[in-house]
Design a protein. Structure first.
Length: 273
């Protein structure tokens, strides 16, 4: 009986594969991994050798793979991408800047993912490790590709995905009369003309998603040896942990497997008196 009871503690822990996204995405995810490690779970993080924020930790095992760019090049593109977010201008001006910025950032993500999938030694290790689940941020779809390859239940930990792909993947309603679109500066209380404007803002998203996410579809199809679309990859998630806070944002419909966990969940320090 004592032996069986001692085994219960081992059975409670799991083995988690994590495929993170660099930058602010990682800061929130790292807090979750630290807590999981403290609860006895084994965490393995697969990350590129060149990162801004993803660093080794005593709380998880780090498996790194080489990439064809430098840290200076990565930082330069990230800074250029986020600077446009604070610039003023018309919708067309901001859209063009967003298009160019997302295109450059996408190239880094696709390149990194390609080198991960081509790393036969690392892929063999992941196949033999018998993970229980995979945690990833689907804004870069490399984790979703690995989850499908390894037949693992996946948990998506995200702030959001451009073009409303998270809505489409979960078949979640997003009526333009209720849910304001990005770059519109509209609220959830709109006049008829504002609703029309909100509806028209969905059209450019088709172009943004085509170049930003389709490269992952090609990568997945080549790696998995079958035709795979971006919605196919996103639909396989078991749970979506949404880093959204409705106190600060406009409400939106949710599906049963979408769980809001709050938007301010990075590491924090108590303020002095």
């Amino acid at each position: 009986v004592v032996l069986l009871l001692s085994l219960l503690g081992l059975a409670a822990a799991g083995k988690l594969l994590v495929v993170p996204v660099d930058g602010s995405h990682w800061l929130s995810m790292r807090e979750v991994l630290d807590m999981l490690a403290q609860k006895g779970h084994e965490v393995v993080v697969a990350a590129p050798e060149v990162t801004m924020r993803i660093k080794p930790s005593k709380n998880f095992v780090m498996k790194m793979y080489s990439v064809p760019y430098t840290l200076a090049e990565l930082k330069k593109e990230f800074q250029a991408f986020f600077h446009f977010s604070f610039e003023q201008g018309s919708f067309l001006e901001r859209f063009v800047k967003a298009y160019k910025g997302i295109k450059r950032i996408t190239n880094f993500g696709v390149s990194s993912c390609g080198h991960l999938l081509q790393n036969k030694e690392l892929i063999r290790y992941l196949e033999e490790s018998k993970f229980d689940a995979l945690l990833t941020d689907p804004v870069i779809l490399c984790g979703a590709i690995l989850a499908k390859h390894l037949s693992l239940p996946s948990v998506y930990f995200l702030r959001g995905i451009p073009c409303g792909l998270d809505f489409d993947a979960t078949q979640c309603p997003k009526p333009p009369s209720y849910v304001p679109r990005g770059f519109t500066q509209l609220t959830d209380h709109m006049t008829f003309l504002q609703r029309v404007k909100n509806l028209l803002h969905d059209i450019p998203d088709l172009f943004l998603c085509d170049f930003a996410f389709e490269p992952y579809s090609k990568l997945a199809s080549e790696f998995l040896q079958q035709d795979v679309t971006v919605p196919d990859l996103l639909r396989q998630a078991s749970v979506w942990l949404l880093r959204s806070e409705f106190v600060l944002e406009y409400p939106r419909p949710l599906m049963p497997n979408i769980i809001p966990i709050g938007g301010v969940n990075c590491a924090h320090k108590e303020l002095s008196q």
